[in-house]
Design a protein around this ligand. Structure first.
Ligand SMILES: *Cc1c(COP(=O)(O)O)cnc(C)c1O
Length: 377
């Protein structure tokens, strides 16, 4: 369909906001307190109730990861184990602290960290492991925690894809060491940009609260009581990574309608699974959408030779697709992150294709996408 109108395009992902978010932003603009104050505090309280553990909000998910690592004392000379198949944000957050990201291979079934491969890459400098909950699934998270305990590693979960996912009856973020979330425009909930760190480690929470405000000690408490810090001390490197009231106002409304948005994502993913089940070349990820809230819907297509061609054919039919993600050890900056090869990552990535998924998609859209995909393969 050449000349397809942009309105007919099925987008890979999109922000889904309504009147409530618009009114909330207007409210902040009317009150003329745009920085970090009441709304941020309220959003943190709502998130803390959601997770059952304290949440601290920051400017984006990458900053959340960086501050979590920094608060664990991770920096130059240290190494962090992380799967290569992740958004470059995971790697950038690690290198931002001065530590080295050590690229690990993955479990080809779940596309999450293979802790056995990670174990082979341990050195005396290894301080932490960063499991990435790819597409919302957590893989062998219990085994990863056991592995971390055995080697005294901190666990910083990159849970950017897994807002709302549960594991063994508990929310991701509601247990374990530290979990970091992203609220960027297309994630399971958005605050425009934004992110949060969830943990019950009081020291880590304290350090992150200060570090997000240029290291100004106890500035968070001041701002939440409508004051400013004029006299203060700074003892550690900080950043300007706090969240604004405008962002938090959007996040508060998104969290209220998260149950409906999560349900929509789960139902669409289930419909994809049903329609693609049994195909000789298209493999869905093994995810239980009763407990996983998917951020993306990824398929592996056996012997896919020319993904670019397939993507442009689908686009001609009005279907936008993606690929999550170019392995990080393929990037110039992180070329040295893998001391030995990552055969599964290298083999799996060229066969991955991300299909549209967002709460404004409907089942008819999913049926259309699956029919076109099967025709083209
Ligand atoms: C989105 C994302 C991040 C970072 O979040 P931002 O809010 O965009 O900084 C980190 N890791 C993964 C896997 C992501 O998808």
């Amino acid at each position: 369909m050449a000349g397809l109108k942009p309105g007919n395009l099925i987008r890979l992902s999109k922000s889904c906001v309504g009147e409530a978010e618009k009114l909330a932003v207007m409210g902040v603009l009317d009150r003329e307190f745009l920085g970090m104050g009441a709304e941020v505090q309220q959003f943190e309280q709502a998130l803390t109730a959601f997770f059952g553990r304290p949440a601290v909000c920051v400017v984006n998910g990458t900053a959340a990861l960086q501050l979590a690592l920094q608060a664990c004392g991770i920096g130059p000379g240290d190494e962090v184990l992380v799967q290569s198949l992740t958004y470059v944000a995971s790697f950038q957050a690690i290198s931002a602290t001065g530590a080295k990201a050590v690229a690990c291979d993955l479990d080809a079934g779940t596309l999450t960290l293979d802790w056995r491969d990670a174990e082979k890459r341990l050195t005396p400098r290894t301080k932490a492991v960063m499991p990435v909950h790819y597409s919302g699934g957590v893989g062998a998270l219990d085994e990863i925690y056991a592995f971390a305990r055995k080697h005294s590693l901190r666990v910083i979960e990159d849970a950017a894809h897994a807002f709302g996912t549960t594991h063994q009856g508990k929310r991701i973020g509601g247990f374990g060491d530290i979990a970091c979330f992203s609220f960027d425009g297309i994630k399971n909930i958005t605050s425009g940009e934004g992110g949060c760190i969830v943990t019950d480690d009081a020291d880590v929470l304290r350090r992150i609260q200060d570090a997000r405000l240029l290291g100004v000690e106890k500035d968070t408490e001041k701002r939440y009581t409508g004051q400013r810090s004029w006299e203060f001390d700074v003892t550690a490197q900080g950043w300007r990574y706090h969240m604004s009231n405008i962002m938090a106002a959007i996040g508060i409304e998104q969290l209220k309608r998260f149950p409906q948005m999560a349900e929509a994502r789960q139902q669409l993913a289930r419909r994809y699974d049903e329609l693609l089940h049994g195909h000789e070349r298209i493999q869905a990820l093994p995810r239980d959408y009763a407990i996983v809230v998917p951020h993306i819907y990824v398929v592996r297509i056996q012997d896919l030779r020319d993904r670019k061609m397939l993507q442009s054919r689908l686009l001609e039919q009005g279907i936008q697709t993606g690929m999550h993600y170019q392995p990080n050890h393929w990037l110039s900056l992180y070329r040295d992150s893998a001391a030995s090869p990552l055969p599964l990552t290298d083999a799996v990535f060229p066969e991955l294709l991300s299909l549209p998924l967002h709460p404004d998609l409907d089942k008819i859209g999913v049926e259309h996408i699956c029919a076109r995909l099967k025709e083209l393969i």
